[in-house]
Design a protein around this ligand. Structure first.
Ligand code: PMP
Ligand code: GLU
Length: 389
């Protein structure tokens, strides 16, 4: 047997995707699972977006497009950056990829040299460290404190810097903590990054899912120098309930965007032509659907946070954004053990915190109906009173 390349040897499959698949398989086998694992909205893709895709098929938009995306989608992305953040990009600086995960992969591949250090605040989204390792970089984890809302502090960032530091990955609203930074907090962090000549990959995929009074700040909007050093990653998966369509995008300084296009032109070519047309409809069409998603998610968040706080041994903050509650379960046990027991003993699926770099926690997704949230909380309460003598 030929040996596998060392770059994949130490990397495990995405635990979030594996658990999402497990919940679906259990349900298909007739097991009643209450799924708090989902990393995707349960809402259907809005009708006007689906209609645009159907029209695209009927009009014959079924061939290769430019590898970096159609001119109309790249322009729609530029218009969005200008509308939402006052940022002016030339369409040549926008690269459309097969999901935001693919944009992150491309960005790291073109920026990371073997041994370059990439700073990642923890808790982090499960894929960041493997994506860095696949680019032969070295993940450098910066711990954050739950009492400070899991936000990385400038001093903590400074303390991890070395001559090999190349990149900082920021993710706000954050998966799994829901952390959102104020403009001043973000500016202080960016100042440290710029002073040390770092690039910043800012994963803003949950940008639209921020609950008032919190507000999203785009890193690249913090001045010309920040824009010149930031690769903003975003996409339609989370905001428009389009995870299956696989459209992500990034806006980057010209040389980086060009390199990402070259890489993509050999690796995948263009993302699906039909999905690109759907993404144009998402970005340029009515935005009321996003506001509706946000309102419903805010109500679910409150329901879930209130319920979890009633259960002895569990504690959590109310997330400012995204659709996850990162719950401290140390009063009950280790996160992965607790997740396993809940699945076996009360049919509740959550994602253990160790994949996010925080083993005392589990992640609850509230991208499921209020009815399911009520039922799940009821079952956890019963479990808890049975478990405590
Ligand atoms: N970044 C974060 C923080 C995420 O949670 C996800 C979820 N999949 C992604 C990126 C990737 O999104 P996409 O479905 O567009 O690849
Ligand atoms: N990002 C989502 C999650 O964290 C979806 C799964 C994945 O892409 O890892 O659950």
């Amino acid at each position: 047997m030929p040996s596998l390349a060392s770059r994949v040897a130490g990397i495990e499959a995405s635990p979030t995707l594996a658990l999402v698949a497990k919940a679906k398989a259990l349900r298909a086998a007739g097991k009643p699972v209450i799924d708090f694992g989902a990393g995707e909205l349960d809402f259907d893709t809005p009708a006007h977006i689906k209609a645009a895709a159907i029209r695209a098929i009927e009009e014959g938009l079924t061939r290769y497009t430019a590898s970096a995306g159609t001119p109309e989608l790249r322009q729609a992305v530029c218009d969005k950056f200008l509308r939402d953040h006052g940022l002016r990009y030339d369409p040549s600086c926008v690269i459309v990829s097969c999901g935001a995960k693919h944009s992150l992969f491309n960005a790291l591949q073109v920026l990371c040299e073997r041994g370059d250090e990439v700073l990642i605040p923890s808790p982090y989204w499960v894929s960041y460290p493997p994506l860095v390792k696949l680019a032969e970089g070295v993940p450098v984890i910066i711990p954050t404190d739950e009492r400070r809302g899991f936000k990385v502090e400038p001093a903590a960032l400074k303390s991890r810097l070395t001559p090999r530091s190349k990149l900082l990955i920021l993710n706000a609203p954050a998966n799994p903590t829901g952390a959102v930074y104020t403009q001043a907090e973000l500016a202080a962090l960016v100042e440290v990054a710029l002073a040390h000549n770092l690039y910043i990959i800012s994963d803003e995929i949950y940008e639209q899912l921020v609950y008032p009074p919190h507000r999203h700040t785009a890193v690249a909007s913090l001045g010309a120098e920040a824009a010149a050093r930031t690769i903003t990653v975003n996409g339609v998966s989370k905001s428009y309930a389009m995870t299956g369509w696989r459209i992500g995008y990034c806006a980057a300084p010209q040389a980086i965007a060009t390199a990402m296009d070259t890489l993509q032109s050999h690796a995948t070519s263009n993302p699906t032509s039909i999905s690109q047309r759907a993404a144009v409809a998402a970005l340029t069409g009515p935005q009321e659907c996003v506001a509706e998603f946000r309102r419903e998610l805010a109500a679910r968040r409150d329901l879930m946070v209130e319920g979890l706080r009633q259960i002895p041994g569990l504690s959590c903050e109310s997330p400012a954004g995204a659709f996850y509650v990162f719950c401290n379960v140390s009063g009950v046990g280790d996160g992965s053990r607790v997740a396993q027991r809940w699945l076996e003993e009360c049919g509740i699926m959550v994602i253990p915190g160790d994949g996010f770099g925080a083993s005392a926690y589990v992640r609850f997704s509230f991208a499921t109906s209020r009815e399911m949230i009520r039922r799940g909380l009821g079952q956890l309460e019963q479990w808890s009173s049975a478990a405590t003598p």
